[in-house]
Every structure is written in structure tokens, then in C-alpha cells.
Design a protein around this ligand. Structure first.
Ligand code: SF4
Length: 430
């Protein structure tokens, strides 16, 4: 049984080790250290619970970045967000291995997000889930691979269908999809949806989303109160643990700290050190988080926002009954970062990118063009030109793979970023 969990064991051990190390440092150091230590602790706990669920034969679901996790926590089904699984595999140096294994079965031009999962499954390093659930938006790569994986490995699968465009009819349609999902989850896992547990999970996620919205507003401040690492790391907490007490407590405390810092004009970098405010308007590499710290240290180029942490969903006001909760979850599903921007017509991506750059007072934007994302590469130049025209903000298009450094290594990416940052700083005279 153990060998089926090789990847989970690796992630759990690494996370627990990092959590213990950071917890010791956080006791005597800054708020930044508290934040990183607490986030690492929450994620270590998340992976440990997944590992334990497999060991104890409790239900586990593969989900993805577009799926709200509250329903799963309410049903005691541990959600493995497969994109976070791929990112962790990449961080621990396993992307090459799994992508190579996958390439024996599927074309190499598919998104690594999908192929890392396939490689890990083929290697037998991740045990099969009780079900996989993902939404129809935003990409063909998920739609083209996840149903095939489920058929090949023979585990249940459910795609939450959603309209291409969002209209007043979308929410009732997606609510109906959630109702069908609940029936299937109950059938496949033997777990009955307990409405009190669902209300509890929604209450926790309301605290998360309320504070995430407020924090998003506070992060617009100059100088920015967040480090680049925090901008990146908080995405994982929202994606994997919304609906849990740990996430709710973290974001509540985090808001209090950041609010005070902004009121005192205390930035992560001092005002004169914050040379460039950077927004990654598409994906951002996950295999080396050091790229963001390097940008900060070498160029004063601070990551102030990124498409994947542009959470705009509001708390669900009425959680008194199942209909209102499902309507809230349906709305959340349509507003998930990347789903909102990259599903539907291209204006969804363009308008949200312009809004993001404008709100965060960006000096530059980076389009982290994942080679597997065909649709967004098709409009990358159009978007770059439109942004330049409307905001006068330069955009750098970088060809890379978000998870596998063989398309563009850390050094290659740093080289491109470094030239770009130097040129913009030179032009601005900073
Ligand atoms: S990175 Fe792009 S292609 Fe890959 S799963 Fe995300 S949206 Fe789809």
C-alpha cells in the first residue's frame, strides 16, 4: 500500500519538515515569517490528512483549481487539488520523471498540469481517488485529458458543466450540476451530505473570502504590504482549504496584521526599494519560487498581484438553506481565478488583465505563457498590444512551462526578466 503513496509521502514529509523549521523561526521573527510558517503548517496538515485518508481507506477526490472545496469538507471527502499536487511535485524535482512517464502514452504538447498527474498515476506513486471532479471551463487540456484518465484507470468522474458565457441563466444551470454531483458523491463514497456540516464549512469559507477580498484591496497600497512569496503562497491556502477553520483563522489574523501595516505605511520593501510593481497576468512558474525572491532582491521588482490570486468572489450571504448555499457555490465556481478570465470570449481575459494591472498600480506585466495553454497563447500578442495602448504598461511574454523547467529554466527566465526589468527601470529613471 505504501508504494502507492510515494508522491504523497514525499510531499507530506517535505511539508512537515518545512513547517517545523519555519514554526521555530516564526516564534522570534517578523509577521512575514509568521505568515509563511502558518501557511506552511496549514498545507502540511492538508497533505497529512490526505495521506491519512488513503491509509485509513477514507474517501478522497481529485479536484482542480476551479472547484470550491467546501462541499467536500462537509462530506468528509478529502479534496486533492491536482494542480497543487503538480506544483508540489515540480518543487520537489519530480516533474521530469512524471512528464517523461506520461509522454509514453500522450503527446508532449499537453499541459504539464495534466501530464504530471498522469505520470504519477502510471508510476503508481499516487493511489486512485474515489472520484474526480472538475469544471468545464477554462481549458481544453483538462477536458481532453481528465475524462480519459478516469476511463483508463477506472475511477468515477464528474465534470461540472457550465455555460460558455455567464448570463442570468448560468447560476441555476450550475446549481443543477451541483445537485447531480451531490447524488453521485453520496453514491460513490457512501457519505451523506450533512447540512449542518455544510453550513459550518460555508461559514468558515465566508470568513476566508471576506478577508481575502479585504486583503486584495489592502495589497493595492504603495508600498505593497506583501512579499512576492506571500502573494504566491496564499493561492494554495484558498484553493485547498477554504471551508476549514485553519484557513479562516489564518486569513482573519492576516487581515488584522496587514491592515495595521498599511495604516502605518509599512511595506514589505521600503518605498525607495520598491522600484517596480510587477503583476504576472497569466500563469507563474511553480518549479522555482526563488524566481520571485530573486526579482525582489536583484531588481526591487515586487510581485504585487497575480491572476491566480485575483479572488473576487464574495461571502455567500444566505447559508440558511441548501438552495442558497448551492447558488453561492455556483457563483463561486464561475468566478474562480483562471476560470473567470480564461473561459468564454477573449475580452474576459483582456478586461480582467487591464483591471488587475490598473488596480495594483503595476509598472510592468509578465505573461507567463505556459506552453500547454493554447488558447491564451493565441491572444497573447493582441493582449500585450491592447494593454500597451490603454495603460502604457509594458508586458513581457515569456514562453515557459509552469511545472517543468526544460522549456525555460530558472536561469533562462531570470535572464529574460532581468533584461526587461533593467530596461524599464532605465526608461523610468529609477
Ligand atoms: S495551465 Fe492552462 S492548459 Fe494547463 S490546466 Fe491551466 S488553464 Fe489548462
Amino acid at each position: 500500500m505504501e508504494e502507492k503513496h510515494k508522491l504523497l509521502k514525499k510531499i507530506t514529509d517535505e511539508m512537515n519538515g518545512a513547517s517545523a523549521l519555519l514554526a521555530g523561526m516564526a516564534a522570534s521573527e517578523s509577521d512575514d515569517m509568521w505568515s509563511l510558517a502558518t501557511m506552511t503548517g496549514i498545507l502540511a496538515d492538508y497533505w497529512q490528512k490526505i495521506y491519512d485518508a488513503y491509509q485509513n481507506e477514507q474517501p478522497v477526490a481529485f479536484t482542480n483549481f476551479g472547484i470550491p472545496t467546501e462541499l467536500f469538507y462537509a462530506m468528509d471527502i478529502m479534496p486533492i487539488v491536482v494542480d497543487v499536487l503538480a506544483a508540489n511535485a515540480a518543487q520537489y524535482g519530480l516533474a521530469h520523471t512524471y512528464n517523461d512517464i506520461a509522454s509514453e502514452k500522450v503527446p508532449e504538447y499537453l499541459c504539464s498540469n495534466n501530464t504530471i498527474l498522469l505520470g504519477a498515476l502510471l508510476a503508481g506513486d499516487v493511489a486512485l481517488p474515489d472520484i474526480m471532479v472538475h469544471p468545464a471551463n477554462p481549458c481544453d487540456s483538462n477536458m481532453g485529458t481528465y475524462p480519459v484518465f478516469s476511463e483508463y484507470f477506472k475511477y468515477p468522474y464528474f465534470m461540472i458543466d457550465m455555460p460558455y458565457t455567464t448570463t442570468e441563466k448560468s447560476i441555476p444551470y450550475v446549481v443543477n450540476e451541483f445537485k447531480r454531483l451531490i447524488v453521485l458523491l453520496e453514491e460513490k463514497t457512501g457519505r451523506k451530505l450533512d447540512y449542518d456540516r455544510l453550513r459550518e464549512a460555508m461559514a468558515y469559507s465566508n470568513i476566508v473570502h471576506d478577508n481575502v477580498l479585504k486583503l486584495g484591496k489592502l495589497r493595492e497600497a504603495v508600498p505593497s504590504p506583501y512579499s512576492s512569496m506571500e502573494v504566491m503562497a496564499e493561492i494554495g491556502i484558498v484553493m485547498c482549504t477554504s471551508g476549514t477553520k485553519g484557513a479562516a483563522d489564518y486569513f482573519q489574523k492576516r487581515h488584522d496584521i496587514i491592515k495595521e501595516n498599511v495604516e502605518n505605511k509599512k511595506g514589505h520593501l521600503a518605498s525607495d526599494e520598491e522600484k517596480l510593481r510587477v503583476v504576472w497576468i497569466y500563469g507563474a512558474p511553480t518549479f522555482d519560487m526563488g524566481i520571485y525572491e530573486w526579482s525582489e532582491k536583484e531588481h526591487g521588482a515586487l510581485l504585487v498581484s497575480q491572476m491566480n490570486n485575483n479572488y473576487v468572489m464574495k461571502p455567500v450571504k444566505d447559508i440558511s438553506d441548501i438552495d442558497h448555499i448551492l447558488a453561492g457555490l455556483a457563483e463561486k465556481l464561475t468566478l474562480m481565478p483562471m476560470t473567470r478570465e480564461c473561459g468564454g470570449p477573449w475580452e474576459n481575459y483582456l478586461d480582467n488583465s487591464i483591471d488587475l494591472l490598473r488596480r495594483y498600480k503595476a509598472d510592468v506585466g509578465i505573461f507567463g505563457g505556459n506552453v500547454g495553454c493554447k488558447s491564451n497563447w493565441a491572444i497573447a500578442k493582441l493582449v500585450k498590444d491592447k494593454i500597451q495602448e490603454e495603460l502604457g504598461i509594458p508586458i513581457l511574454n515569456v514562453e515557459l512551462d509552469l511545472f517543468d523547467d526544460r522549456i525555460a529554466s530558472s536561469d533562462t527566465i531570470k535572464g529574460q526578466l532581468g533584461d526587461f526589468f533593467s530596461m524599464v527601470k532605465n526608461n523610468k529613471g529609477v
